[in-house]
Design a protein around this ligand. Structure first.
Ligand code: C6P
Length: 418
């Protein structure tokens, strides 16, 4: 992996973004008359034709409710839906499809764990440990739970590079810690946390670990058995798939011990007014009609990226981040926020004292989409004493020319504000 880092010629990678780009119809359009450059992949990635076509086929030939009908379409829909679960299982290398729960996205996955597992195990005085790098989705559900139970939220601090201060970990993992909930790759800074180490340290003290994989699953290989994490969450719309679909992986014995999240159809075996017997896993956690087309689209997206290869994607994106970092640092006035040694495909930055929203607006006029704001990680911004950053985040269709256009756009910004 390391050898490829400094190579400049695309033909030397096994991934060719100029070719991959053709699989994504969104790039056929121009934005403000300019070629469209999409650098907001941490927010949502674009969908390849194969995903769009698969969802279309579902609606044209298979659409029906799942697990309910004997008629042909219901059986087709059920078969495709359950095949999709197997695709996700294989992608994460989970032991069983019983461990794969379809949810709306990372946010819902974490809330599910907080409202079921969290509520069941927490008492007043217990502790939940998170980190200073979390997205609001991995802060607020735990705060709500702490308010309800009298438990306390503790935080692994970060340093000025945007890395976790690991020396603090031993004293933060106490005999009252009931869960470590931690982000794998920071959406605000790009920091890749040493997730294997964190999981090992927590497990030494018998503490289960939830991994927020929203920014890792689409970009690096994930093996939940190797990681030995207890819970893992990610979203389809950040993985070249549809919105409104995501995955909660959890170890089977934990799911068995947890109460249901929501009540309704499909999550039951039998119901009387006196008593309900819940369904087997994974259906116990999937009340109501699920997002069938979303699950099928997600599986197609997984098939698409696994055909390219997750190792290949990881190497390619690392190379692009190195190149973009180098080019950004060549610009006077650009300050990169987050300089962790291990970084994913996300770079947050400031340009002089130009407000990030102005950076975003001027780049948009150049056809370049970046995200600006606090990135739903306000505590990270508070740590750096800034309200917002501009953020570029990469995907498999981004090229070095995209980065070069970004740099030209930043030069225009400097001209405008000088
Ligand atoms: N981050 C970003 O632009 P949902 O919205 O449920 O699909 O994902 C929430 C979420 C949870 N954890 C991390 C690390 C995330 O990055 C996100 C979503 C987007 O950075 C939208 S704020």
């Amino acid at each position: 992996m390391q050898q490829l880092e400094n190579r400049d010629n695309e033909s030397e990678y096994s991934l060719t973004p100029h070719v991959i780009r053709n699989d994504f119809p969104v790039f056929r359009q121009r934005i403000h008359g300019k070629p469209f450059i999409y650098l907001d992949n941490a927010a949502s990635t674009q969908n390849p034709t194969s995903v769009i076509e698969r969802v279309k086929k579902y609606y044209e030939e298979e659409h029906s409710n799942v697990h309910r009908g004997v008629h042909t379409l219901s059986q087709r829909a059920t078969e495709s839906f359950e095949k999709s679960r197997e695709v996700v299982r294989s992608f994460l290398n989970a032991k069983s499809t019983k461990e794969i729960i379809f949810v709306r996205g990372t946010t819902e996955a974490i809330n599910l764990v907080a409202k079921t597992y969290g509520k069941q195990i927490l008492s007043a005085g217990d502790e939940i440990l998170i980190s200073g790098l979390e997205h609001h989705s991995n802060i607020v559900p735990w705060q709500i739970l702490c308010n309800e139970t009298g438990a306390r939220l503790k935080v692994i601090p970060i340093n000025k590079k945007g890395e976790l201060i690991l020396d603090e970990l031993p004293k933060l993992l106490t005999n009252r810690t009931r869960l470590l909930a931690v982000v794998h790759i920071s959406n605000a800074l790009g920091t890749i946390n040493p997730i294997e180490y964190l999981i090992k340290e927590a497990h030494k003290k018998g503490i289960p670990v939830l991994v927020d994989g929203a920014q890792s699953a689409p970009h690096i290989p994930i093996d939940v058995q190797k990681l030995d994490c207890d819970f893992f969450a990610f979203s389809g719309h950040k993985l070249y798939g549809p919105t409104g679909i995501g995955i909660l992986y959890a170890k089977e014995h934990l799911l068995e011990s947890m109460p249901p999240f929501q009540g309704g159809g499909d999550m039951i075996k039998s119901v009387t007014f006196e008593k309900t017997i819940y369904n087997d896993l994974p259906f116990k956690f999937e009340a109501g009609t699920p997002n069938v087309s979303g699950a099928i689209g997600l599986a197609e997206a997984i098939n698409y990226i696994t055909r390219i290869g997750m190792d290949t994607i990881a190497v390619f994106e690392k190379t692009l981040v190195h190149y973009a970092t180098k080019r950004l640092l060549e610009c006077n006035d650009v300050r990169i926020i987050g300089e962790s040694k291990e970084k994913g495909g996300v770079i947050s930055f400031l340009v002089g004292d130009v407000h990030p929203h102005d950076i975003g607006t001027i780049l948009d006029e150049e056809g370049i989409a970046v995200r600006t704001g606090h990135h739903c990680a306000q505590p990270v911004m508070q740590f750096f004493g800034i309200p917002a950053t501009a953020r570029v985040s990469f995907g498999i269709y981004n090229t070095k020319e995209d980065v070069d256009h970004l740099i030209e756009g930043l030069k225009k910004i400097k001209k405008v504000f000088n």
